[in-house]
Design a protein. Structure first.
Length: 234
């Protein structure tokens, strides 16, 4: 299994508040979020990690290139118009096997991740799985509705009556990349829209229940993340 990390966002909300450190390098408990995400992936003993960062903040690429990581790191430096296109840029490194996908601003327990990985490794007939939680602390949560077997049957507005939202890490088989051309033909512009396309076209995606995670979307979320990690790690 491999891992992919999407860290190409522009961090505009932080810049508007005068925080000029690129978002992937913002520290949580003294560790840059990108370093924590790589460390999390490494605990799963993945074979390699593919990571995309934008070319607007060269400090991020410089930081990644200047460190020795526990897992081989394939770095793409490119500014993309959406998280969906960032995923597509990772395809050349992830197309030959299943992989775990992370967004760099998701803060979670490593135990939660290990339990998620153990669960998805047993999903022989699923094209992918989304970590889902009942904890909602996001401006625009991605709601997820499942059937009795945890197969995802609706997302977004169609799932607003659900109690579950996505948690910032995912599992996929590489066959999802066969939908790249269709996604672009439909002019989709977000990862959540691509996930909706997969469901619409018959891909089998499941939800895996996980505890609380924190999405660092705003400066005030950094304090929430610090408090969360102190609570679960001591």
């Amino acid at each position: 299994m491999k891992a992919g990390i999407i860290a190409a966002g522009r961090g505009e909300r932080f810049a508007r508040e005068g925080i000029l450190i690129p978002k992937p390098l913002l520290p949580v408990r003294g560790e840059p979020m990108i370093a924590r995400t790589i460390r999390a992936a490494a605990t799963l003993k993945v074979n390699s990690i593919a990571c995309i960062v934008n070319d607007l903040n060269p400090d991020v690429a410089r930081y990644l290139k200047g460190k020795i990581w526990p897992v081989p790191l394939n770095l793409i430096v490119k500014t993309t118009p959406s998280s969906m296109e960032s995923l597509f840029c990772l395809a050349p490194f992830l197309k030959d096997g299943s992989f775990i996908l992370f967004t760099v601003d998701a803060i979670f327990s490593f135990t939660t991740l290990k339990n998620f990985a153990a669960k998805v490794r047993s999903m022989d007939k699923s094209d992918g799985a989304l970590a889902i939680t009942r904890f909602v602390d996001d401006e625009k949560p991605l709601w997820v509705k499942m059937n009795s077997r945890d197969k995802i049957i609706a997302m977004g507005n169609e799932a607003r009556d659900s109690r579950y939202v996505t948690s910032g890490f995912y599992y996929f088989r590489p066959n999802i990349f066969g939908m790249i051309d269709e996604a672009r033909a439909r002019k989709l512009n977000a990862l959540r829209q691509f996930l909706g396309l997969l469901i619409e076209t018959g891909f089998s995606l499941h939800g895996v229940h996980v505890p609380k995670t924190i999405d660092v979307d705003y400066p005030e979320d950094l304090k929430k993340a610090e408090a969360f990690l102190k609570e679960i790690e001591g």
